[in-house]
Design a protein around this ligand. Sequence first.
Ligand code: PMP
Length: 310
Amino acid sequence: MLDIAKLPQAPAERIIYVNGEYRLQSDANISVLDHGLMYGDGCFDAWTGRNGFIFELDPHLDRIYRSIFSLRLKMHLKKEELRAIIIETVRRNALKDFYIKVLVTRGASPEPVIDPRKCGECSVIVFVRPVQTEVSEEQKQRGVRVKVLGEKRIDHDTVEPKIKSLNYLHIVMGKLEAWAAGYDEAVFMDVRGFICECPGFNILAVSGNKLYTPSHDILQGITRNSMISMAKERGMEVEQGFYTLYDFINADEVMITNTVAGVAPVGEIDGYVIGTGKQGPVTACFARTYEEWLQNGTRGTQCFPEAWEE
Ligand code: PMP
């Protein structure tokens, strides 16, 4: 249990790490010449935490360092240093349940020009904020309504989707398309009509004793990996491959997953009701287990060891 009385004193305002300093949010800023702002030239990652535990700290760190390497960013902080900064930012915000976001950009350019060689040191920003849900309880109860997007997922021969880059315009546009049509969320296909992922979520399906999920043109989600582990622990068959809309609308259950929302049941895709249209038993079990993992520190790193007692 986490003894709240032993947490550091909460700051009056949120604390954000920016380029070597821990600053009050009202005083946290970066250059208007930053390549992240001008060209979306950078990457990010996000973590969630409960009871002081950061869930899967190292797999997310490994993912952001793979993004950094792939984008040829000249990152000055070693993985261990960024890891310590993330924990310190949580500590300074004295939050028990939180969401963390780390941005790494190519840094500021001397002029508003595209030449990436002219950028200085990478900009590094670490935000910590209280947990907020991306899928409402009401949506989880009735099943998320998903629209198949007209716009296609940017594929691996354009911008590699495994890189969690700052280029999220297609995701913003996808969400806007879904909401304009009265849906809660959406799903991208690739140009050949294979299902990829949702704007900001992975998508998985259950049929009988099998869990299946697209293998290609996706961000390799950490929550998706948790679902795969849970399925294997239950003795389910796990398959990653190429699936069409047919494979998803004929599933017993469909779920979408990400770090912020956790696990959410899909009730409908483009008017096709999935299973009963409500959360199925496997999705319910995975959602419950995932929440337990977050709460009890499974795969977690405790930020306030002085306040945690088994
Ligand atoms: N796909 C995309 C494009 C995402 O941005 C995210 C995270 N927001 C996910 C999938 C889910 O990944 P994770 O479970 O690691 O949050």
